[in-house]
Design a binder for this molecule. Sequence first.
Ligand SMILES: [Zn+2]
Length: 289
Amino acid sequence: MSTSIIKTLIFDKQVRLYLTNNTGLLNEIIPIHQEANHVIKATLANSLSVVSLLSATLKEKQRLSTTLLMSQPKNKMHIDVDAQGNLRGYANDHLLAQEPTSVKQLIGQKGSIRMIKSSNMNQFTGITDMPYQDIDKDFSHYFQQSEQTDTLFKTNIDWTKKNTIANSYGLYAQLLPQASKELLMYVGEAFDVLTSVLSKLSNMTETELAATLRKYFGEFSIIGYDEVQFFCDCSKEMFFGLLHAMNKGEIENQIQSGQPMPASCNICGKTYLFTTEELRTYLQEDGNG
Ligand SMILES: [Zn+2]
């Protein structure tokens, strides 16, 4: 299921404003991490929402790899997206073993955001700290610091009692050169009144959207739509690497048992099965190589 990002210019082309309601998209990704602590899930969902909006800022072959490095350096969260809107994200095993009680505690005093923007030709790495211990504010801070552009992220996720996502939406706003900084503040303040629009964005017609946006942001124009979808590029071949990490005895035991060995992708939840025949071949090749 893909989700749309509506790209607009507001305040007479002084601010770039992108809007999305990504409830369906997040409900595809978050249940894969059902076992995770709720704070971890909420932080992952929030980060996915922010990074999904960023996909609309990428061009052609660009890809953005984001890592949240928590205060405890072994705890990491990865979210990747490319210009085609292929999005994926997960918390590493070390983080999944934690039981944080709040986002602030999870990020801690020394958390940081690292972003690698790459294309075929070049690569740019930026890293900033997370002074707010708050996903929206710290991502906004990242762009302020690392790219010297006034940027604002505002997202909201409503959870059901069963810990699934009832509604998730957000906006990305960026000041264009020479625009007054106050305009961005104004967008931030308008977020609360925009809730009624953002929560049902996918069911709104362009005319309805235009009527509301014009009310708050003056002259505006829709400049395009981008799609974002969950995508994992894992393959069975990639999991042969896991076999390297096992000792020969373990693999032999598996062969003896006569049962195929499962290996699961922690990004998309897909399980690959290695037949005893494949394991036997692997051991032979490993022995020869
Ligand atoms: Zn996968």
